[in-house]
Write a protein that binds this ligand. Sequence first.
Ligand code: GDG
Length: 511
Amino acid sequence: MPVLDQYLADCKFILVSNREPYEHVRGVEGIEVRQPPGGLVSALDPLMQRIHGTWVAWGSGSADAETADELGRVQVPPGDGSYTLRRVWLNDEDVEGYYHGFANRALWPLCHLLIHHFEFRTEFWERYRAVNLRFAHAAADEAERCTGRAMVWIQDYHFALVAEALRAMRPSLFIHQFWHIPFPPPDIFRLLPVGTHVALLRGLMGNDLMEFQTERHAMNFLECVEQFVDGATVDRDRRRLTYQGHTTYVDAFPISIDVARFTEMANSARALELVETLRSRYARDDRQLGVAVDRVDYTKGIPERLRAIEYLWTTAPELRERVTFLFVCTPSRSNVPAYAALEQEVGALVTAINEQFGTPDWTPIVLVNSNVDADLLAAVYRAADLCLVSSLQDGMNLVAKEFIAAQVEEKGVLVLSRFAGAAEEMDDATLVNPFNLDGFAAAIRSALAMLPDERRRRMRRLRAQLTRSTIFDWLESILAGATAIIDAQAGPRPAPRKSEETDGHPPEAGP
Ligand code: GDG
């Protein structure tokens, strides 16, 4: 990664995210270290090791405190220690208010346009502000420890207020933020109480660069600023805005996956064994295998998908027993009531469909209600004749990309919601509107009927395109964008304030 390495040679890189890359937990045999699954950690951890950065995150593990120093710092990876993890401590009320409350019950549904799930409570908002401020202090403190330049990269909607607070503490920092989920248009964003929506926008405007998954989300953000922030100047053509003398650049950087790793996993001996098992169990006698993989989240359109399948088998009885669906539905955020209710709804729908259509030797829908390991996941994708992604709204959707990377035999069809960010890059998928019941069912039907040559032609193009845009390309383009802005920033950056030149803690600053 030449751009990155060149820039970071004399710059400290500070990453801020909710989840930490290494969690220490107390197990039966003492303290164990766990690395949470997920593409972001596996892409950013090697980078952090190479550039010896600092990662600021919530210390969520049961043995995190005893393995860190009094400031919450610990060297990771264990046994190598090439970078610093700075843990921020949250108590139960913080987690309830900041994470489950404002982030997941207010911002998450609002950004996904699912306003019937939107819940605002002032106590959640207050916690969110307080926790964001704490993260800003931790990042400022880490920046203070370096002699040269520093760059802070904030991840996601958990931290909409960090950039502004951090800029007040350390005006000379380069700060940018990647927003992983959609950004809503003004008519939705204004459902937040007056004051809160402006505070969030001003918080994000503390960034030098705001990164979104798609052009549409970037434009929504600019429109919200234009409508709600008095005194802000928005230049849509040049995708930037200016407020109180500070310019924020805004752009789209679609995230991706480690394509080579997924392809390699799909080609492993273990995956091949599992593919055999899956196909002999679920795709005997020329039956097709349809798969779906999601966290159980109301944004993923799982009930809508089940209803489309039910409609298909009701209106086209000849397709019964011709396809089995395997749904990997990983429980998620179960302590938020809407998620617990959704888990029940999905279970009940699957039971009803299986009772209605099942036969002694055919279970129409196989529901796996737990986290599956990476080998099995790769095998599920490889074994599939079709993959259904039916998000009602989605920033990107990595499942669609993982499926393509694992389709080494190029025989599977991707049925993809047009409301997932991924759809904007994937003309060769079968695009669907998950709200359109019979349209969705018809799309599944035509995917099942697609001939092998057509499947291969489409999958080959999807694979070629994915290979050109991996998570490493994503990282490189963001860092290239950031360094271009640094180079272009006209005039000297604001002089450091008094507090920055001392060893003292940064001043209190709030949004
Ligand atoms: C947010 C945005 C955006 C799921 N079950 C298992 C498992 N998974 C993995 C998948 C995939 C990931 O979880 C889900 O990623 P998505 O992209 O679908 O969705 P979110 O979690 O909602 O992520 C989204 C993303 O951020 C990145 O910016 O694309 O739009 O909402 O990687 O494979 N993995 C394993 N076992 C499971 O049972 N190993």
